[in-house]
Design a protein around this ligand. Structure first.
Ligand SMILES: Cc1cc2nc3c(=O)[nH]c(=O)nc-3n(C[C@H](O)[C@H](O)[C@H](O)COP(=O)(O)OP(=O)(O)OC[C@H]3O[C@@H](n4cnc5c(N)ncnc54)[C@H](O)[C@@H]3O)c2cc1C
Length: 444
């Protein structure tokens, strides 16, 4: 029997925790806020020796219970910042938030190759769930990982990169938090670049017909189909060298579109729609008229990222890229047939195929289709029916967004599923890092 370790100084009694989407809450027995790798090791040894599970939490931006534990919640927020730079490879503390990156990377002349909608997440949380942006030639953030340092269940500090334990990288770069605690992450960055953004309302049917061509031709193409309208708002971003002239949005235009319309007015609209659903269709038509017609050029992070303050819940599936038009049309028909009033758009993005074991784009060019519901509305029925459509199109659920899939149905969806389970068995045989979510999606 292992000798029981005393309570490390970085550990205190747990407090109530909620995720951003308010779909999960927990009161863990302990919260640990380590300020060094040694304190992470101490925490894991303490938890393991006392029969407690450990989960790191990042920024709490997953909608699923993937970050939940009743044991020790480990906040890696103090392990942040740039730890090393080697040409374009930058090693970041695991708790670095994506919104810190422009200030950290721009002085080095570097940027992330691609980003998602927001930048509140931590780098470790983002890679652990396969967070992605859009662009048929670009992978999600985890595909840029060139190395990680992980503290395992045995309390060992394990380096995984091209020269040390390289065979573990396809699992550890996107590990669902199941393999250990990441303490640093090395990302391959790219030279700073600008994006020329064109945002337009267009006929949804045309956009769906042209989906494959436009996502292939445009560096970063995405669109939002508004229920109860025939319109899609398209966003086409083209990469330009970092020294080209910038033409950013004016302060007023940026505030009006991104804060006032997208957050302020929108919050009032979706809140009203919860009580009087009949107002949703005309309001969606108005929203489409008032937004999404602009063109500007700015540094990549400012174009990729938007500020989301209207709380919602989300389901997102990764489909074979050519399945997107049929799937979106099926969702449109579902909403019409069921006479549902849905205030949030259907969001469509793309990613290149990659070779990470549990990446939702593993082995296939991918189209992502996401649906959302205001956080005070019950999403169950809408999400369940959309999920059935996604499954009929061979879909894989985003690990951080709501879904109902289990290991039995997921294992056949990923060529590397069993290899991932073998790595987990090697690094965490006693399941120190498990929780209900991991038991659901990975099995025991
Ligand atoms: C408003 C909003 C917008 C979003 N936009 C996008 C988007 O554009 N694209 C997209 O793909 N997703 C998007 N997401 C989903 C989000 O990016 C992911 O759920 C992401 O994992 C959240 O990161 P986080 O830092 O909050 O991690 P958390 O949700 O806190 O944790 C996620 C997982 O990472 C693990 N983890 C965290 N830190 C560590 C560590 N140090 N070591 C080991 N494991 C760790 C946790 O244990 C957990 O398993 C969005 C979510 C929200 C709420």
């Amino acid at each position: 029997m292992t000798a029981q370790t005393s309570v490390p100084t970085s550990i205190r009694p747990g407090a109530q925790w909620r995720n951003w989407g308010r779909s999960e809450r927990t009161r863990p027995e302990f919260v640990a806020q380590p300020t060094s790798v040694d304190e992470v090791v101490e925490t894991i040894n303490f938890a393991r020796d006392h029969g407690l599970t450990v989960k790191a939490w990042g920024a709490g931006h997953s909608f699923t219970s993937i970050a939940v534990t009743d044991g020790v919640h480990l906040d890696v927020g103090a392990l942040d910042g740039v730890l090393a730079v080697d040409d374009t490879h930058v090693t970041l503390g695991a708790g670095t938030n994506l919104h810190q990156l422009p200030a950290l990377l721009e002085p080095l002349g570097l940027a992330l190759a691609n980003m998602g909608d927001i930048d509140r997440q931590t780098i470790s949380g983002a890679i652990s769930t396969g967070t992605h942006g859009t662009g048929a030639r670009f992978g999600g953030i985890a595909t840029q990982v060139r190395g990680v340092t992980l503290v395992t269940a045995a309390g060992a500090v394990l380096r995984i990169n091209a020269t040390e334990n390289p065979e573990l990288l396809p699992a550890a770069a996107l590990g669902l938090g199941a393999l250990g605690i990441l303490v640093d992450v090395t990302i391959e960055c790219v030279p700073t670049f600008l994006l020329h953004a064109v945002e337009r309302p267009e006929p949804a049917d045309t956009v769906l017909n042209e989906w494959l061509q436009r996502s292939a031709e445009t560096d970063h193409f995405e669109f939002y189909v508004w229920p109860h309208t025939t319109t899609a708002l398209t966003k086409s971003n083209t990469r330009l060298p970092g020294d080209e002239p910038r033409h950013p949005l004016t302060k007023f235009s940026s505030w009006f579109d991104d804060e006032f319309m997208a957050n302020g007015v929108y919050r009032a609209i979706v809140a009203a729609g919860k009580h009087v659903p009949a107002v949703i269709p005309p309001i969606n038509r108005l929203a489409v008229k008032l937004s999404g017609n602009r063109e500007f050029t700015d540094v990549s992070s400012r174009v990729f990222v938007t500020n989301r303050t209207v709380r919602f819940r989300e389901l997102e599936y990764a489909l074979p890229i050519d399945a997107v038009p049929d799937a979106v049309r099926a969702i449109q028909k579902l909403i019409t047939d069921r006479k549902w009033k849905v205030s949030f758009p259907i969001e469509v993005r793309s990613a290149a195929a990659d070779s990470l074991l549990l990446s939702t784009a593993s082995g296939r060019a991918t189209g992502y289709v996401a649906v959302h519901r205001y956080w005070r509305e019950d999403p169950t029925e809408y999400f369940r029916e959309v999920e059935a459509i996604m499954m009929a199109h061979d879909g894989r659920p985003h690990w951080g967004k709501l879904h109902n899939r289990h290991a039995e149905s997921l294992s056949g969806m990923y060529p590397g599923f069993n290899e991932f389970l073998a790595v987990r068995e090697l690094l965490d045989p006693g399941r120190v890092f498990t929780n209900d979510y991991l038991r659901q999606v990975l099995g025991k």
